[in-house]
Design a protein around this ligand. Sequence first.
Ligand code: ADP
Length: 449
Amino acid sequence: MKRRLQSIYWRGILITLVMAAIAIGGMVKLKADDTLSNLNAVLHAASLWTLESNADLQQMADSIAAVSQPVQVTFLMDTGLVLADSRKDADRSQDHYQDAEMIAARQGKIGRAFRLSTADATFVLYLAKRVSPQLILRVSYPVLEIVDLLVIYGISLLTLFLMLYFLQRKAVSRFAQEQVQQMEEVRRLLDGEVANAQAVFPEFQPTLHAIAYRVERLQADHKEIMRTLNLRSDFVANASHELRSPLTSIRGFAEMLQTGMADTPEEQALCATLICSECDRMLAVIEDILRLSKAERQPDRAPQTVDVAQIAHEICRSLAKRAEQKKIALCVDGALSLTAQEKDVWEILYNLLDNAIRYGREGGHVNIRLSPHQMIVADDGIGISPEHLPHIFEQFYRADDARDTETVGTGLGLSIVKALVERCHGQIRAESELGKGSRFIIDFTGEAA
Ligand code: ADP
């Protein structure tokens, strides 16, 4: 980039110098034009005077030159021979027949020429006019000595060049440095250091803010994608494990039957029963995986107004038998109206009540308390220990180690509930005390409630 800037800068200097040269050339031309008109006047006056005067040609040349210094006056034969010259040191032997001003003068015009005089290295302007049949009057004026011209050109251009060089060098190197700083800032931003993004050039500030905003969004998206990928791979590992355990058991029991290890009819019946129950377990896992996958998708139907109390009563009726077996009293109080999928609300409440009965104590209570924007399912069952409580919404998480194996579930129920609650624009949390019971509290935002 610095090289590019330098090339722009050198081009700038070149253009400026060319323009300066043209300007100086223009000034020289102006001076030449001015000289030409003066010289014309001198020629005109001198030719008139020559016609009227009886003086000797040398005298006339000297007199005319004396009043129009530094004009040089020459009388020539139309053959180019010098007859008289106001400059004493002039080379009179030189033949001027072919000089441009002489050719024009011989043709009756006013001859004009501008050329370098070889005698004294000076640019000279010549004007010539025929004043009698054989006599030509020539006046000449040294416009600028060539050395003067070169000095003026040289000094002006050199001064200009030096000025431009030092001024622009400083400006360009500062600009290049600022550009590097700006690029460094952008690189820092792209590396993810979005805090306090400052533009070196104020015009870049909005662009920098836009980049910072996009980088932040990308970072957030990246984090979310990584989280999802991790969840997915955890899920695959857990699901495989959950399915492999019953499959291994099934294979073992089948082998016992195949090899005749289970040889009595009772043992064979037991193997078949265990195979069936492991199959049921696998089916339950697969069904829960499907339910979870459905719950994590966007609903395909528009939400509707749902009377939660009515659904809670229906679920209580359908679970009444199981509750009765454990002598658990089910109770619903309050009211809540939600804008959601009725199926989702049904499933949320069913799962929570099912758990509450499963982990409830004999002769205990399960209460569903409804209020605007909130729904609580509370039981006085076995409770959850503080080390398990933060993980119960994780997929395949079970806090059943020290519990009766009959209560073992798939560990997906609460993950499904959480996904459905989020789909209803709510948030779920749990409070529990081991041995005293649990409370599952769902808060709905105003939007869904
Ligand atoms: P599961 O299918 O094993 O019940 P969940 O995801 O529904 O899976 O529950 C996860 C864990 O949370 C359960 O293993 C259980 O230990 C605990 N849990 C859930 N609900 C209750 C409750 N009402 N009382 C006590 N423990 C509960």
